[in-house]
Design a protein around this ligand. Structure first.
Ligand SMILES: [Mg+2]
Length: 322
């Protein structure tokens, strides 16, 4: 984009996204200037999304904005961080008109105003054929209180929020390979990062991870970081009504598919059994279901158990980006 066009775009379409936050310096300086609260650590997460890979080619601006923001915010949630601001680097396809660019910025504005989450910097450029978005999230957490993947200990319980596999089914609907069902499609197109839950789990969960690659894969990531094994009881995996309906014709392989599907952006966490009451009490406060799904064991990896307690051969791994 011509330099003058870029300045116009920043002024008209991106500046409103700052919500007037002083750290943005009106998007008019060389960098942002953010003052952390005393006694807090800055939490940074960055994630790149490519059209056709992380969202469908024909996705609407609202779907692109929701998926880009919440998949990134989910990483802050997993750390127990409070979201402060974000930076956004965008490579627009050369075929995009000024109107296309403005429509995407407007979709971001709708999302970030609702979240009171300001843009404080970034870059825009013309790219190749696909839209490429890289967001950098800035959050903060009281020093020493961040939730890490590495804190799970043998004997603890494994918990998960919400329901599992809905976004995977929603993706099939977005790709028109499964009949559309509004709630499941929304789980894929309009994910909701569990930010409040992440904050509430500080001092309560011993380890935490957000589910982006799939329940089994991400439980495996947490197990590896903690140097433990995890077993999950398949009967305890929380499923939505439409997912249960889908599962009726699919059997055990279907359940493994749901447990391997990405993009749920729920939180999986571990805690000592003595904290179960406090964890269950969070449900009413936060309006989110929390379910016990398994245990932390000595050893390594993540094992899925059937109703008889026998390990299911899980050959389908989690969704991988490469
Ligand atoms: Mg993550």
């Amino acid at each position: 984009m011509a330099k003058s066009g870029e300045f116009d775009f920043i002024e008209a379409s991106l500046k409103p996204l700052t919500l007037g936050h002083p750290a943005a310096l009106g998007l008019a300086d060389d960098a942002a200037l953010l003052t952390p609260q005393a006694g807090h650590e800055i939490v940074l997460a960055s994630d790149m999304l490519v059209e056709g890979r992380h969202f469908p080619v024909a996705a609407t601006p609202d779907v692109i904005a929701a998926r880009a923001l919440h998949s990134n915010l989910s990483d802050l949630a997993a750390m127990g961080a409070f979201p402060l601001a974000f930076l956004s680097s965008v490579a627009f396809p050369e075929t995009w008109t000024a109107r296309d660019r403005e429509a995407l910025a407007a979709a971001f504005a709708r999302q970030t105003q609702a979240l009171e989450f300001p843009l404080i910097g970034g870059d825009t450029t013309l790219g190749g054929e696909a839209l490429v978005l890289s967001l950098t999230m800035v959050g903060e957490v009281p020093t020493g209180q961040a939730l890490l993947r590495s804190g799970a200990r043998e004997g603890e319980d494994v918990w998960v929020s919400g329901t599992i596999g809905d976004a995977g089914l929603g993706l099939k609907m977005a790709q028109n390979t499964l009949d559309r069902q509004t709630d499941l499609l929304a789980r894929y197109e309009q994910p909701q990062a569990r930010l409040e839950l992440g904050l509430a789990l500080r001092g309560l969960a011993s380890a935490c991870i957000d589910l982006s690659d799939g329940l089994l894969a991400d439980a495996g990531h947490l197990a590896k970081a903690s140097g433990v094994g995890i077993e999950i009881e398949s009967a305890m995996i929380p499923l939505s009504d439409p997912a249960l309906l889908w599962l009726e014709n699919e059997g055990q392989a279907g359940l493994v598919k749901l447990a391997s599907a990405g993009d749920d952006y729920e939180l999986l966490f571990t805690a000592p059994s003595a904290r179960s009451g406090e964890i269950l009490a969070l449900q009413a406060d936060l309006g989110v279901t929390l379910n016990w799904i398994g245990r932390v064991l000595p050893g390594e990896g993540c094992m899925l158990l059937d109703d008889a307690g026998v390990a299911i051969d899980v050959t389908a791994g989690g969704f991988t980006h490469f």
